[in-house]
Design a protein around this ligand. Structure first.
Ligand code: NAD
Ligand code: WQD
Length: 335
């Protein structure tokens, strides 16, 4: 019996693969390397000392995906595969809807055909939209402001509707807050293409000398120091949350929705300060204007995941900074 991990060569998928292998699960990874590199697979093997099957398959390729299910005894799926850049989604909405939505539909269709009805879906805090006040609980009204966010909200809806049509499904919708950090070995981490959109890879590229300075997007928000506040979560804590979610869907039916966050909001300047303290490396920055679409504060109420999954984060913001830096400084060019 194996867990199929779509997008397992990506940032969160690779860390989750390591945790699953270390916990004794057999895994099968499917990825088309649209946003990752084959080398990550060697690193996963190196870190765990374990082998696994890999298929270079696009989730949209129904026949190839179906073949993966025919050749393996898949018990459940963790579905990471998707495009994830907010800005890119505004410029290329067709690609985003096509890849993310069609990917969900084809995967669900192939799963049903092979009678595999357990899935963990990567959703995002972005589904809480602009109008809710943090800390955010799972029952708040949802909305989105960009095509990427809409694919996540529609993805949640698709899986909820599938359950309504067939109560044999067991589905976990996980809303991640802001994943940063890397495996403490420094062997796997986030490897963005081009100029990073997200703050932590930008900071580490400044620290390693690849970029001159960090642009802090606005210091006039209604937060303790005026800069944006987010719920940064260590990617290994996040990966462990997936193990708990897999355990949960193995034993139950229905749709479960969980925030995966720390419950603590830190500002951009808090992050810079913690990074400098944790690594001893200076991060020069300038204050620039707000980035369109950003909100002042976004952090989770993670109580439900604690109660129902017995999961909570263990790592501190300094751990996140230290591990992001170890990954970046050991792999200045990525994989
Ligand atoms: P990532 O880009 O590093 O990983 C996604 C992986 O999926 C990549 O390896 C990519 O090559 C693969 N992929 C994309 N489309 C595919 C397709 N059609 N077929 C096969 N493989 C495909 O991203 P990540 O940060 O690891 O995110 C994983 C998931 O979590 C995504 O669905 C993302 O939207 C979601 N998420 C990420 C964040 C974040 O900040 N990183 C936050 C919330 C939710
Ligand atoms: C964090 C904070 C910025 C870059 C995005 C997606 C979200 C989720 C996680 C996928 C904000 C500030 C950033 C920079 C800065 N992804 N910032 N200078 O926007 O909270 O969330 O990634 O689901 O959907 O929207 O993350 O890392 O881009 O920004 O000042 O160069 O850092 O304004 O306050 P965000 P981020």
């Amino acid at each position: 019996m194996s867990i199929l991990i779509t997008g397992g060569a990506g940032y969160i998928g690779s860390h989750t693969s390591v945790e699953l292998l270390n916990a004794g699960y057999d895994i099968v990874i499917v990825d088309n390397f649209s946003n990752s590199k084959p080398e990550v697979l060697n690193r996963i093997k190196e870190l765990t000392g374990k082998g696994f099957k890999f298929y270079e398959v696009d989730v949209l390729d129904k026949d190839a995906l179906s073949q993966v299910f025919s050749e393996n005894h898949i018990e459940a799926v963790i579905h990471f595969a998707g495009l994830k850049s907010v800005g890119e989604s505004v410029a290329m909405p067709i690609n985003y809807y096509y890849n993310n939505i069609t990917g969900n539909l084809i995967l669900a269709e192939v799963m049903a055909k092979h009678n595999v009805k357990k899935i963990v879906f990567s959703s995002s805090a972005t589904v809480y939209g602009m109008n809710n006040i943090s800390p955010l609980t799972e029952d708040l009204p949802l909305s989105t402001t960009n095509p990427y966010g809409s694919t996540k909200l529609m993805g949640e809806q698709i899986f909820q509707d599938i359950y309504v049509s067939d109560n044999e499904w067991s589905i976990a919708l996980l809303r991640y807050f802001n994943p940063i950090g890397a495996h403490e070995s420094g062997r796997i981490g986030e490897d963005p293409k081009g100029i990073p959109n997200n703050i932590m890879p930008y900071i580490t590229q400044v620290a390693v000398g690849k970029r001159e300075k960090l642009n802090v997007f606005g210091d006039d928000y209604d937060t303790h120091d005026g800069t944006g506040v987010r719920d940064y979560i260590h990617v290994v804590d996040l990966a462990k949350g997936h193990l708990k979610a897999v355990e949960k869907i193995m034993g139950t039916k229905g749709v479960k929705i969980y925030n995966l966050g720390t419950g603590i909001g830190y500002s951009v300047l808090d992050l810079v300060k913690n990074f400098e303290e944790a690594t001893g490396v200076k991060v020069p920055y300038v204050i620039t204007k707000r980035r369109p679409g950003d909100i002042a504060a976004c952090f989770s109420d993670p109580t439900k995941a604690l109660k129902e999954l017995n999961w909570k984060t263990e790592k501190t913001l300094k751990d996140m900074c230290k591990d992001s830096w170890k990954w970046q400084s050991n792999n200045p060019k990525g994989y």
